[in-house]
Each structure stands twice: as C-alpha cells, then as structure tokens.
Design a protein around this ligand. Structure first.
Ligand code: NAG
Ligand code: NAG
Ligand code: NAG
Length: 275
C-alpha cells in the first residue's frame, strides 16, 4: 500500500522566521487558550493514529463526513493496517463503550497536494468499515461551495498545549473559540510576520484564525483538525508559526468551501454504499 510520508504527519508546518520572540509557554496552558471539551460536544472529531507493533500514536485530527468517510489535511493522509481512526472518545486514554476504532482502507489525497506549503492540503480517508452513529459519533456538514465566512469559529484538537512542539499531547480533547478575519486581513497579518519571505497564505484556498492575543492557535498534533462555524466545517488545520501560541501569529487552515466539488466527486465516484 502506498504510504504518505509519515515523517511529516505530526507536524503543523513550522515556519521559522528569524528570531521571533518566543511566547514562553505557561505551565498548565490549555491548547493556547483552549479548554477541555465535554463528552459528545464534538461528535464529528476523530483521532488519526499511526500504529507500529501494536502501539498506536495520535498523529492528526479529522472529521466525520459520512459513516465511511473522514476529512483531514493532505499531510495527514495514511492508509492500511498502520493507519487507524478513533471516533467517539473525549480522552485519548478512554476505553469506554463509545470508543470506535476503524482501519483506513484508502486515502484520497488532493491531486495537487505536493508538500506542506501547498494550499491543497486536504484528503479524504475511506474507512474499511462504517462508523456507527450515536451521541458521541456524528457527521459534520460541509459548507456551501465557495462560502466565504468571517466571524467566530471553534477549533478542536488533541494537539500540543504548550510551545514545545514535541511535548506530550493532552489526554482530553481541547477546544477554543477563535476569530476568522476576512481573507485579505489574514494575508496582511501573515505577511507582517514573514519578514520579506514568501507568504504561503493562499486567499482562495486557505482561511485563518487571527490569534490576536497570546496563547491561541493550533500546534503540532492539531493538523487536519476541524475549524467549525455555523455548524459546518470551514477549515482543516494546516500550518502555524513556531513556537506555537504567539500573539498575532495566525493559524492557517485549508478552506473547505473551495473543495466541496472535489469532495463530492471523490465520495460519489468511489463505490461506497455507505455514503
Ligand atoms: C476524561 O478525563 C478527565 C480528566 O482526567 C476525567 O475527569 C473524565 O471523567 C474523563 N472522561 C471520560 C469520558 O473518560
Ligand atoms: C469557486 O471559486 C473558484 C475560484 O474563484 C472558481 O474557480 C470556481 O468556479 C468557484 N466554484 C463555484 C462552484 O462557484
Ligand atoms: C455527490 O453527492 C452529493 C451529496 O449526496 C450530492 O449533493 C452531489 O450532487 C453529488 N454529485 C454528483 C456529481 O453526483
């Protein structure tokens, strides 16, 4: 089976630009201003895990679109017995009857996705068996094609909760309310941090959260995790500045509304009675 670069999966792209001031992590910080989620609060949220020698490790977040379909970032794509999706959990260590674990049968990575900096950072994971929907496992709807949104949104994930990107992940799912600025504002906010280097933000295929105050935003382990507004998934965590949690360092997400047709094409053209 084809594998997609495991070495990069756990990373939110780490852009190092000069000597940026490090936002020294505060002890006890939760996903940069985030807080513990409640059971069933994010029923679409899944953990994508890499399994080696019967040990599975969280790599990325994803969202349930249909019983056999998960949406995540392109750099999170994986398939085969070493790639599994865990749904229905709040705590990573949870062994309750809600926990559902399914192998990924096939990864559909966007054809134009080549590496981290590409704005086509999106993939669909087709599961070997369908998930069972219940109070803890539910799909999240897609936005309308090309829907443009700015305002409040919520991001959830099991990514690192301090500035050290190889720190342990939290056991309990974290979430945070964030402001999504208009896209040209994202462009400017990110440009202001690039110190003349090429701005990787793509106004048609990315969306950002502004992280106006310190200790906000995504970190490694949050890759692929959903940004949700008005009940639909508008973004997939793609990249962020390192160290994580610096004020005015936006987090970048794949803009899901741009890819709605691509998503439907892949889900419909694949022989799946589960969709
Ligand atoms: C998750 O972990 C927290 C903190 O350890 C604990 O209070 C809570 O009961 C756990 N919830 C579930 C659903 O396992
Ligand atoms: C969405 O926007 C892109 C870029 O502007 C455009 O090429 C595409 O046709 C649009 N799709 C729809 C369904 O409007
Ligand atoms: C694919 O499926 C979606 C959801 O059922 C539907 O809205 C869309 O029209 C379908 N597209 C095609 C090309 O069949």
């Amino acid at each position: 089976m084809k594998k997609h670069e495991y070495s990069v999966i756990i990373k939110i792209l780490l852009i190092s630009v000069g000597n940026l001031v490090t936002g020294a992590p505060t002890d006890g910080l939760k996903i940069f201003g985030g807080q513990d989620a409640a059971p069933g609060q994010f029923p679409y949220m899944v953990s994508i895990q890499n399994c080696r020698e019967s040990t599975c490790k969280h790599e990325c977040g994803g969202s349930v679109l249909a019983p056999s379909w998960i949406i995540t970032a392109g750099h999170c794509a994986c398939e085969g017995p070493q790639c599994q999706v865990v749904a229905g959990i709040l705590n990573m260590s949870e062994t309750s009857e809600w926990r559902q674990t399914v192998e990924v049968e096939k990864a559909h990575v966007h054809e134009k996705y080549l590496n981290f900096l590409d704005a086509y950072d999106i993939s669909l994971l087709q599961l070997k068996e369908p998930l069972t929907y219940n109070d803890r496992v539910q799909p999240i709807p897609l936005p309308k094609s090309n829907w443009s949104y700015s305002g409040e949104a919520v991001v959830s994930g099991w990514g690192r909760i301090n500035g050290n990107y190889d720190a342990n992940i939290p056991d309990t799912l974290q979430f945070q309310k964030s402001t999504v600025p208009k896209n040209d504002e994202c462009m400017d906010l990110i440009a202001a941090r690039m110190h003349g280097q090429t701005n990787p933000f793509d106004v048609t295929r990315n969306v950002c959260t502004d992280n106006a105050v310190p200790d906000r935003g995504i970190c490694s382990g949050d890759s692929g995790s959903p940004l949700v507004a008005e009940g639909v998934v508008i973004g997939l965590a793609s990249w962020a500045f390192t160290p994580c949690g610096q004020a005015k360092a936006p987090s970048a997400f794949t803009r899901v509304s741009y890819f709605v047709d691509w998503i439907h094409d892949h889900m419909n053209s694949t022989d799946s009675t589960m969709y």
